[in-house]
Design a protein. Structure first.
Lengths: 182, 185
């Protein structure tokens, strides 16, 4: 039983790593292709994830958990919000394929709402600190964070390679931080 | 082709474009049959003018651009023209959401989209110059930056399915792009 559980956990990890690799880039990979990459059978994938939609949302949750852990280890200061925004932009560039699938409606709306809430929360403390330190304008809200993500997404979606996406996302963040006006 | 025939053809072409514009306002679900019906022309006529939906969409987008260029050209270029054009384009993005969305997902021929991008840049170039000269925008703001702003506003707008939500998101995105996130500058 213990051995079986370990196998299961190992398979799950392999499947998620394969899915991240294949779906992160263009979002098109099928369950069969992911299984092949992970070295398991498609049936094993289906035993752990009922469908592609569940696999996609698990990937997004996993990505968010990593970000939460990273931010949790920071001593927050006035620059943390900007740092987090840059980190998020980079993650968006890396996860473009998954995000594109979400945009196409491949993941249940209810799960997306939960992820949006967690993303806003992730930025909450850093934003509050930045406002106290007056590094970010008073008018910025956590709801604006979602708008910022979508803005960057619109920009990233137009690029076909990861390096181009990272470059353009970074330019986008620069513009967003400064604004157009002097 | 006789003059009358040519005039007829022009008239039906205009009617088809007007009907498509109306039916495509919120989504692109309308079929050629519905568009032909609304335009008061036969099925064969619509296919004579437009081989497929891609061709029709490109034509609509180009018509929008023609109109924008005409309107903008009638006003003198001043320091505030850049922001005015950005606002104009925001309104345009909101209004023609479905057609722009089609371009976004590659439903319009790439070369024609590219030409529209070039025309947009040509519109912005002298206005950016004037705004920079007057010190209304950052001295290092480039034309590429302006195009990045447009893509970002489009991203915010595309994220919402309902018209009110689109307007809210795009308006906020616009404000953030203009003023920036940082304070105390």
């Amino acid at each position: 039983m213990n051995g079986q559980r370990k196998d299961r956990a190992r398979n799950r990890e392999a499947i998620l790593a394969a899915a991240e690799k294949l779906l992160g880039e263009d979002g098109q990979a099928t369950i069969t292709e992911i299984a092949l990459e992970a070295g398991v059978s498609p049936a094993t994938v289906y035993r752990q994830f009922s469908d592609r939609s569940q696999l996609l949302s698990t990937l997004m949750e996993q990505q968010l958990e990593q970000l939460e852990a990273t931010v949790g280890s920071w001593a927050l200061d006035g620059d943390s919000f900007e740092r987090l925004l840059r980190l998020m932009a980079k993650e968006q560039a890396r996860y473009q394929g998954v995000i594109a699938e979400v945009r196409r409606g491949a993941v249940e709306a209810a799960r997306i709402e939960v992820l949006k809430g967690r993303t806003a929360e992730l930025f909450g403390a850093a934003l509050a600190e930045a406002k106290v330190e007056k590094t970010v304008s008073k008018g910025m809200t956590t709801a604006d964070v979602i708008v910022l993500m979508r803005m960057l997404d619109g920009l990233i979606a137009g690029e076909s390679t990861r390096s181009a996406r990272e470059r353009v996302a970074s330019q986008g963040v620069d513009i967003l931080l400064e604004g157009i006006r002097p | 082709m006789s003059t009358t025939l040519r005039k007829d053809a022009q008239r039906s072409r205009r009617a088809i474009l007007a009907a498509a514009r109306e039916l495509y306002r919120d989504d692109l679900e309308a079929s050629f049959t519905e568009i032909a019906h609304r335009a008061g022309v036969g099925q064969a006529t619509i296919y004579r003018h437009f081989t497929d939906r891609r061709a029709l969409l490109a034509e609509l987008a180009e018509e929008d651009m023609d109109r924008l260029e005409e309107r903008v050209a009638s006003e003198p270029i001043g320091p505030g023209s850049l922001e005015e054009l950005l606002r104009d384009l925001l309104a345009e993005q909101l209004r023609a959401q479905a057609v722009i969305g089609a371009m976004r997902v590659g439903e319009v021929e790439e070369s024609r989209v590219q030409r529209l991008v070039e025309r947009t840049r040509e519109l912005f170039a002298p206005r950016l110059e004037a705004a920079r000269a007057a010190g209304l925008v950052r001295a290092d703001l480039s034309l590429d930056d302006v195009m990045i702003v447009l893509a970002m506003i489009d991203g915010a707008l595309a994220s919402r399915a309902d018209r009110a939500g689109r307007e809210e998101a795009a308006t906020r995105a616009f404000e953030i792009a203009i003023d920036g996130i940082r304070s105390g500058r």
